[in-house]
Design a protein around this ligand. Structure first.
Ligand code: SF4
Ligand code: SF4
Length: 78
């Protein structure tokens, strides 16, 4: 995906919803599937992402969120 976007590592997410609540563009949502830890995990659901990084910084689970900018190969989570 070349546009601004966030990727959620579904097996690391604990479904706390912080990233969903803090995203200013409503880009993230909770799916209905359950991961190996037993949590519903967050998903990237809306392409209006600005790559602001809020979701990355607010997530308490190391490595669960990566943010990618459209015009750069660097990412906040890598
Ligand atoms: S980088 Fe910003 S706009 Fe994009 S999903 Fe995360 S919080 Fe939302
Ligand atoms: S903040 Fe992190 S742990 Fe919480 S729902 Fe989002 S990705 Fe999952």
């Amino acid at each position: 995906m070349d546009d601004n976007h966030a990727e959620i590592a579904q097996q690391l997410c604990k479904g706390c919803r912080l990233c969903i609540e803090f995203c200013p563009r409503q880009c993230l949502g909770l799916g209905s599937e359950i991961n190996n830890l037993g949590y519903q995990y967050a998903r990237f659901v809306n392409p209006q992402c600005t790559a602001c990084g809020f979701c990355y910084y607010i997530c308490p689970e190391p490595g669960a969120v990566k943010v990618f900018k459209a015009d750069a190969h660097a990412s906040a989570g890598a």
